[in-house]
Design a protein around this ligand. Structure first.
Ligand code: SAM
Length: 197
């Protein structure tokens, strides 16, 4: 187990992680581990904290550590959605280890309609734009989120081409889009950008 940004993060060989794998929870859409781009948003939020009780939705949450960070650090009310239900036992394990609650729901980006999204103030996602088709899905999701009154959407990535396309398309379409560059040395070497719409 390692500690970063005040979080306990289990390694792949931790006995509880190994037990969940043995029980058959094998993630299939790359949600099989915790990805570093979450650290980029955590680092940004350290300097730009969320309001207590903000309603946060983490999309493509995987193990949910970004959402858990928001619950633990800022007292946000957090839900994570992921298309792969196998990630949720790992999310709940980490929520428990970190002493917070986070709801998990099996939903795809496409299934998040305007009505559902109106329950949230902030949407976060890390490492969720890695296949070409994800650019269009996330463009549409951002449009629905804005219509639903969501105040901010933040998506981080090590700058793969589908993410760069997403950032360019958002910049053309919306006012006030920010692209924050991040280079971290600690807790790991990680670099990339955060798209803030
Ligand atoms: C690379 S992992 C990142 C997981 C987590 N955000 C992190 O940083 O550790 C991508 C996650 O997005 C989920 N995902 C992929 N396509 C999705 C879709 N269309 N709708 C919802 N979740 C999706 C995958 O199941 C996986 O958990």
């Amino acid at each position: 187990m390692r500690q970063a940004y005040g979080l306990k993060i289990l390694n792949a060989n931790h006995q509880d992680v190994r037990r969940l794998k043995r029980e058959g929870h094998q993630a299939e859409l790359h949600g099989n581990k915790f990805w570093n781009s979450s650290f980029l948003i955590m680092d940004h939020l350290k300097r730009h904290p969320l309001k207590k009780n903000s309603r946060v939705l983490e999309i493509g949450c995987g193990w949910g550590l970004l959402g858990i960070y928001c619950a633990k650090t800022f007292g946000c009310r957090v839900t994570g959605i992921d298309a792969d239900p196998n990630v949720f036992p790992y999310l709940q394990l980490h929520a428990e280890k970190n002493g917070v609650t986070m709801a998990g729901e099996k939903k795809s980006f496409q299934q998040l309609d305007q009505r559902y999204l109106s329950n949230f103030d902030v949407i976060l996602g890390a490492d969720i734009c890695y296949w070409d088709e994800m650019t269009g899905l996330l463009m549409n999701l951002i449009a629905r989120a804005r219509r639903a009154g969501v105040q901010q959407v933040m998506i981080s990535d090590p700058c793969r081409p589908p993410f760069t396309d997403l950032a360019e398309r958002c910049d053309k379409k919306y006012d006030g889009v920010l692209l924050v560059e991040k280079f971290l040395k600690r807790p790991v070497n990680a670099s990339g950008e955060i798209l803030i719409v």
